[in-house]
Ligand binder design. Structure first.
Ligand code: FES
Length: 79
């Protein structure tokens, strides 16, 4: 399994309700969403699929160290 390409801060979006697939490999050209790159690149990783039940601002983890994936929990700012 490949190591994900890590970002340094979350991507903050105004999200809409529904099933979402957030990129876990960091290779998507459409971050924070999965675009299938994890499969094309043979990473062995898969996206974080969640049901968003209400619209609103969401911070999507890009450092891949959050304890509450796919949501940012502030871990990116810790050493
Ligand atoms: S493109 Fe990164 S998890 Fe699918």
């Amino acid at each position: 399994m490949a190591e994900p390409k890590h970002g340094t801060s979350p991507i903050v979006i105004d999200e809409t309700p529904g099933k979402k697939a957030y990129c876990a490999c960091g290779l998507s050209a459409n971050l924070p969403y999965c675009d299938g790159s994890h499969s094309r690149e043979g990473t062995g990783l898969s996206p974080n699929v969640v049901d968003v039940d209400a619209p609103g601002k969401k911070a999507i983890c890009q450092c891949h160290r959050s304890g509450n994936m796919p949501w940012c929990d502030g871990t990116h700012s810790k050493p």
